[in-house]
Ligand binder design. Structure first.
Ligand code: PLP
Length: 449
C-alpha cells in the first residue's frame, strides 16, 4: 500500500487522545496504526509490511480479510444484521450444529457468548448450577479472561491487581516439564507427579466442594505448554471419580491452531464443557461460547439457566463461523497445519535449539510454538525475569524490534517468543518469517552464557 502520512498522523492523534488501551500504562505505549491486512500480512500507513506471527492475539486463524468470511458477513448483514437471543435464527442454529458435530459424543448444545472470558464465566456458572458446588480449580500459568470469575481463574500476573474477584477459585500446578514444579526429569514422571499433586489438592480442598476443574488444553499465552501423555486422561478420571465438571478452555487453541478441531482431540480425552472463541470465526465479529454435555444441558431442561447476553449468537458472527467451517473443510486447513507444523516449524526450531545458546527449549504443535529464551542453557535462567516490564524486559523488546525491522511481527510474552501465524500462511512466508527470527536470535545469543 502507498504511504499515507496524513492518515497515519490522524490515526495516531485520535488514538493517543481518545483510545484507552488494554493492560497498559497509557503513556508508555505507542500503538502502531494499521492500514490494512491480507492473509498472513498487514501493512502500516508508511507502507511497511509485516508477517503476522501472532495472528492478532492468536485470533485470526484464517488470516486477514479472508474473502469467504468477508462475503458471509456482507451477505448476512444485507439479510438480517441482528436478532435477539430468544428468537430462533438460521445461522445461529446451523453454526451450533456444526460446532457440536466436531465435539465429542454427548455434547450437543452450544451457549453463545461474545468472547472467551464470558464463555468461561458461563461454563463456571453451568458447572456450579449443575453440581450445587462452588469451588473452581485452575492452574498457575494460565489465562482465562479478564472478567469476574475468568480473571480469578487466570493463573498469571494479570490476576494480581484484580483480586479478590471470585474467592472460590483455587490454583494448582499443571505440568511444565522444562521448569517442572515437581522436579521430575521425564514426561512420565511429570504426568504422574502432576496428577498426584492435583489429587492431593482435591483431597485437601474437599472434593464435595469442587464444581469444576478448568484447563487450557494447551496452555497458550503462558507458554505453549503441551500436556504430557496421560495427564488429561488422569484429570478426566479424577473428575469422574468425584463428580467434578471438566472444563476445557479451547479459546486460544481450538479451531485448528494445533491441527485439530479441538486441541483435546490430540490427547484422546472428552471434557464436559468446552469454552471457545477466537478461531471459531477468526474474530471477524466477536463470538464465543460453551459446548455443553447433555446431562448438564438437561439439568437446565425444566429449570431456567440464569445467564444471557444481548449479543449471544450474533448472526454476523455466526455467518462468519459457518464460512469458517466451509473453508476448513474445502481447503483442508487441519491437514496443512499439521504438515507445516511437523515439516517446516518443528525441524527449524529444533535446529535453533541446537545452534542458539539463548534458546533453552522449543515446544509446540501445529502452528503454535514457544521459543523459551534463557541466559544459560544449564541453569535455565530466563532471559528476562518472570513478569518483567520496563528496563527488565528490554532484551525481549529489542528482539521484537529486530524481528519487526525485518518484517515479522512476533508474539512476545515474558522470556518467550511464540510463533502463531495465521493457519493460511504460505509455506514460503512461513520459512521467510522463521529465517528472520533465526537471524534476530543472534542478538539474544550475545546475552547468553
Ligand atoms: N481463555 C484463553 C485460553 C485465552 O487465551 C483468552 C484470550 O486470550 C481468553 C480465555 C479470553 O478471551 P477474550 O479475550 O475473548 O475474553
Amino acid at each position: 500500500s502507498l504511504p499515507d502520512r496524513a492518515a497515519n498522523e490522524q490515526v495516531r492523534r485520535d488514538d493517543r487522545a481518545h483510545v484507552f488501551h488494554s493492560w497498559s500504562a497509557q503513556n508508555l505505549i505507542d500503538p502502531t496504526p494499521v492500514a490494512r491486512g491480507e492473509g498472513a500480512t498487514f501493512w502500516d500507513y508508511d507502507g511497511n509490511e509485516y508477517l503476522d506471527f501472532g495472528s492478532q492475539l492468536v485470533n485470526l486463524n484464517l488470516g486477514h480479510q479472508h474473502p469467504d468470511l468477508v462475503r458471509a458477513i456482507q451477505e448476512q448483514a444485507g439479510r438480517l444484521a441482528t436478532i435477539q437471543p430468544s428468537m430462533a435464527n438460521d445461522v445461529r442454529g446451523e453454526l451450533a450444529r456444526l460446532i457440536t458435530s466436531k465435539a465429542p459424543d454427548g455434547l450437543n448444545k452450544v451457549f453463545f457468548t461474545n468472547g472467551g472470558a464470558d464463555a468461561n464465566e458461563n461454563a463456571v456458572r453451568m458447572a456450579r448450577g449443575y453440581t450445587g458446588r462452588r469451588k473452581v480449580l485452575t492452574t498457575y500459568r494460565s489465562y482465562h479472561g479478564s472478567t469476574g470469575s475468568a480473571i480469578s481463574m487466570t493463573g498469571d500476573p494479570r490476576r494480581w491487581a484484580n483480586e479478590p474477584s471470585d474467592s472460590s477459585v483455587v490454583h494448582f500446578f499443571g505440568p511444565y516439564a522444562y521448569r517442572s514444579p515437581f522436579h521430575s526429569d521425564s514426561a512420565e514422571q511429570e504426568t504422574e507427579r502432576a496428577l498426584r499433586h492435583l489429587e492431593e489438592v482435591v483431597m485437601l480442598e474437599g472434593p464435595q466442594t469442587i464444581a469444576a476443574i478448568a484447563l487450557e488444553t494447551v496452555v497458550g499465552t503462558n507458554g505453549v505448554l503441551i500436556p504430557p501423555p496421560g495427564y488429561l486422561q488422569g484429570v478426566r478420571e479424577l473428575c469422574d471419580r468425584h463428580g467434578i465438571i471438566y472444563i476445557a478452555d479451547e479459546v486460544m487453541v481450538g479451531f485448528g491452531r494445533v491441527g485439530e478441531w479441538f486441541a483435546f482431540d490430540a490427547f484422546d480425552v472428552a471434557p464436559d464443557l468446552i469454552s471457545f472463541a477466537k478461531g471459531v470465526n477468526s474474530g471477524y465479529v466477536p463470538l464465543g461460547g460453551v459446548v455443553i454435555r447433555d446431562e448438564i444441558a438437561d439439568f437446565f431442561g425444566d429449570r431456567a439457566y440464569t445467564g444471557g447476553l444481548t449479543y449471544s449468537g450474533h448472526p454476523l458472527g455466526c455467518a462468519a463461523g459457518i464460512a469458517t467451517f466451509e473453508v476448513f473443510e474445502r481447503d483442508d486447513i487441519l491437514g496443512r497445519v499439521r504438515r507445516l507444523g511437523s515439516e517446516v516449524v518443528a525441524p527449524t526450531v529444533a535446529d535453533w535449539a541446537s545452534r542458539h545458546p539463548s534458546v533453552g527449549e522449543v515446544r509446540g504443535r501445529g502452528l503454535f510454538w514457544a521459543v523459551e529464551l534463557v541466559r544459560d542453557q544449564g541453569t535455565r535462567e530466563p532471559l528476562v525475569p518472570f513478569n518483567a516490564s520496563g528496563a527488565d524486559a528490554a532484551p525481549m523488546a529489542e528482539l521484537a524490534a529486530r524481528c519487526k525491522a525485518s518484517g515479522v511481527w512476533p508474539m512476545i510474552h515474558f522470556n518467550r517468543l511464540q510463533i502463531a501465524p495465521p493457519l493460511v500462511i504460505g509455506e514460503d512466508d512461513l520459512r521467510r518469517g522463521l529465517a528472520v527470527i533465526d537471524e534476530a536470535l543472534a542478538y539474544t545469543d550475545k546475552l547468553a552464557a
